[in-house]
Design a protein around this ligand. Structure first.
Ligand code: ADP
Length: 690
């Protein structure tokens, strides 16, 4: 027993070496393979990145060229040339409106221009930044050459004198009112009406004042006073103040005015617009913030941005187009401008949204980029660059932008590196798994083999030991017979019988050992012949039964006298029967009962041996048929765990089977089942093994 440890240990060591010899190179191969896949992927990645960059640069250049062409076309528009570049100081609303209409027509033709602008010297003239200086009444009067005009002049002058110098508002009120009713230009009438309202307020005549302001707002709302303040706004604010003191809600009026202002109803300067927006909100804080995104307010904001940008007037050459970019209040601007003789600068603020939406796709198509590229314009520095993405800055325009070019993940070809990794690692893992399984099975086999060897050697020493007992007896009695001669004939006969019995036992033992050896080496031959099993079994049961009865067993038999024909080897069947009877007796415990039956069924002949002994636990029902298997608890009973193994082997050779039913403590029932249809006579039975 003790020696069995070392071969097992050396087996393990061999397996370990074997494992190491295979696993280590496999892992090394895996490592190298992954390494090369990674290098391949890196190469692909860097190639993709540089391709992307090249494509992006080409696209950016196309986009810039296209924008510059469009801007140039816009600035060379005939209408632009018609802008006379020698305008006076800040322009008045009428003039601003004329200019606006002209420029808007150009803008409609050239969507690249979100807004056209005119700068003169260091002053932004359009969009209007500041209102011009106050316009004296004389200017308006000078235009009015009619009789009514002269009458207006006289009456107005008188009323003004009464109001301002003599402090007599009531008389002035009457004078102004008359003026407002004369057939003169609207602008003069509106001026008089404004004075009427002012005097009414001074007189505390609220209703008259309100009526005058109401009329002023309604009829002359689009006109403006000497300070270029629209009457609608001026009168609206006054009305609001007057009515508010009476608790009337003027929110609607204020909201309407704010909306009109934001929509560009009046040509206000940027400063004026801000002033009035503030006034409106002061009176109605709950008004929503006017949407600074409206074209009109954006334009005014642009005027401010331009003023800041062109504080130092650039010197421009005729016919040349210049460009410049800047950010004002977080709004990026790209402007292109040219000189309009004699001294103005006309430019356009690029419509960035339009460039993104319309010019970019066109440039994309022109650059011949394939559909698996995704291009976006992003804020400079916000695009992340990677293998599949490149952020490309523009060369001349749009310094606040960059092109973000993404290569859409390609199809199966693109994904091949990672697929390679999976295939590579997967197959290696598979190989290792198979290897591990093999080793596991090997180890199991090795340990089984080791155990079997131990059992075999136990068997050999056990058999040798059992050989010794009959041999000793035979020698002892033979020596006694030789040495002593005075024995009586009966005594002599008794000795001879012992010698005979012991030699029979010896023969039996040796036969059994040889039988097993043959089965174990698969050399055992069975000689099947067809016939009736009943006589053979009856005789065997009788002989063995007599023996058992002599040993105090009760043997109950129920054997059919004749049976259907089956194929069988008489010696082998007799041995199987004896083995079962032997076990029944051996494990019958206190009961000392053995029951034997033999009968025929539809398709089989069945032989059964039953006992009421110690029984077999369910988990051992299969194991007991393995060679050398012996239940630990019963090992004291003598035997080598070969009886049932041989029974199974015999039954297999007969094309039949052996069955066991058993309960611990209640007994066991073994059945040999012989098929009635004879097995194929050609098939030698030594194929079968346990
Ligand atoms: P053994 O020479 O040990 O009897 P067998 O192959 O005949 O070898 O039996 C294998 C084992 O099956 C026995 O060791 C015993 O534990 C169990 N066994 C066989 N027959 C019986 C039975 N009739 N009752 C209880 N246990 C049995």
């Amino acid at each position: 027993m003790a020696s069995s440890g070392s071969p097992r240990f050396s087996h393990r060591r061999a397996v370990l070496f074997y494992l190491l010899a295979i696993v280590a190179p496999t892992l090394a191969l895996l490592f190298l393979g992954l390494q090369s896949v990674r290098r391949q992927r890196q190469a692909v990645t860097s190639l993709t990145a540089s391709n992307l960059r090249l494509s992006g640069e080409r696209l950016a250049a196309k986009l810039e060229r296209r924008v510059s062409q469009l801007a140039e076309a816009c600035l060379r528009d005939n209408e632009i040339v018609r802008i006379h570049g020698s305008l006076g100081a800040p322009i008045a609303p009428d003039e601003a409106r004329r200019l606006r209409l002209l420029l808007e027509a150009v803008e409609r033709r050239h969507p690249i221009a979100e807004q056209l602008f005119v700068i003169q010297g260091d002053l932004v003239r359009y969009p209007v930044l500041q209102a011009p200086d106050a316009r004296p009444l004389e200017e308006d009067l000078a235009l009015e050459r009619s009789v009514s005009g002269r009458r207006f002049e006289t009456l107005f002058g008188e009323a003004e004198r009464l109001e301002l110098l003599e402090g007599r508002p009531r008389e002035a009120f009457a004078g102004y009112r008359k003026c407002s009713e004369l057939a003169v230009a609207d602008r003069l009438k509106a001026t008089a009406l404004a004075r009427v309202a002012r005097c009414a307020r001074k007189l505390g005549e609220r209703e008259a004042a309100e009526a005058a302001y109401e009329r002023l707002a309604k009829r002359y709302g689009d006109l403006s006073d000497g300070f270029y303040r629209p009457y609608a706004l001026v009168a609206g604010l006054e009305l609001c103040d007057l009515k508010k003191s009476r608790g009337e809600d003027e929110r609607e009026r204020l909201a309407a005015l704010q909306a009109d202002l934001a929509a560009g109803r009046w040509e206000l300067g940027a400063d004026q617009a801000d002033y009035f927006l503030a006034q409106l909100r002061e009176r109605a804080p709950q008004l929503p913030d006017p949407n600074r995104e409206t074209g009109y307010l954006r334009r005014l904001e642009l005027a401010r941005a331009l003023q800041e940008r062109f504080r130092a007037p650039p010197s421009l050459r005729d016919g040349e187009i210049y460009s410049s970019a800047f950010t004002h209040k977080a709004q990026p601007h790209q402007v292109h401008y040219t000189r309009v003789p004699p001294e103005a600068l006309v430019g356009l603020d690029v419509n960035l949204a339009w460039v993104k939406a319309r010019v970019l796709p066109q440039a994309f198509a022109d650059a011949g980029l394939s559909g698996d590229h995704i291009v976006r314009v992003v804020q400079r520095g916000s695009g992340e660059a990677g293998a599949l993405q490149a952020g490309i800055p523009f060369q001349t325009f749009f310094p606040f932008w960059e092109l973000s070019l993404t290569s859409a993940p390609a199809g199966p070809a693109g994904s091949s590196p990672s697929r390679d990794v999976v295939v590579f690692a997967g197959s290696t893992v598979l190989v290792l798994c198979v290897l591990a399984l093999g080793v596991l099975l090997l180890l199991r086999d090795v340990s089984r083999e080791t155990q079997l060897n131990r059992l075999r050697s136990d068997f050999v020493s056990g058999v040798s030991h059992e050989l010794k007992t009959p041999l000793t007896l035979i020698r002892l009695f033979t020596e006694t017979l030789l040495d002593e001669e005075q024995f009586r004939p009966e005594e002599r006969k008794g000795f001879y019988q012992i010698i005979l019995r012991e030699s029979e036992r010896l023969t039996h033992l040796i036969e059994r050992a040889l039988d097993f050896a043959r089965v174990d080496r698969r050399e055992k031959q069975y000689h099947l012949g067809e016939g009736d099993l009943a006589p053979l079994i009856t005789q065997t049961v009788q002989v063995y039964g007599d023996y058992l009865k002599r040993r105090g067993f009760s043997v109950e038999t129920s054997l059919a006298p004749s049976l259907p024909v089956v194929a069988f080897d008489p010696d082998a069947v007799a041995q199987a029967v004896v083995n079962l009877l032997d076990n029944a007796a051996k494990y019958s415990g206190e009961s000392k009962f053995v029951g034997v039956r033999l009968w025929a069924e539809d398709s089989a002949v069945v032989f059964e041996v039953a006992d009421r002994g110690i029984g077999i636990p369910a988990e051992e029902h299969e194991k007991i048929f393995q060679h050398f298997y012996r239940s630990d608890t019963r090992s004291g009973k003598g035997g080598y765990g070969l009886g049932l193994y041989l029974v199974k082997h015999i039954m297999d050779a007969h094309g039949g089977r052996v069955e066991v039913q058993s309960n611990v403590g209640l007994g066991s029932r073994f059945r040999l089942i012989f098929p009635r249809t004879p097995p194929d006579a050609d098939a030698p039975s030594d194929e079968t093994s346990g």
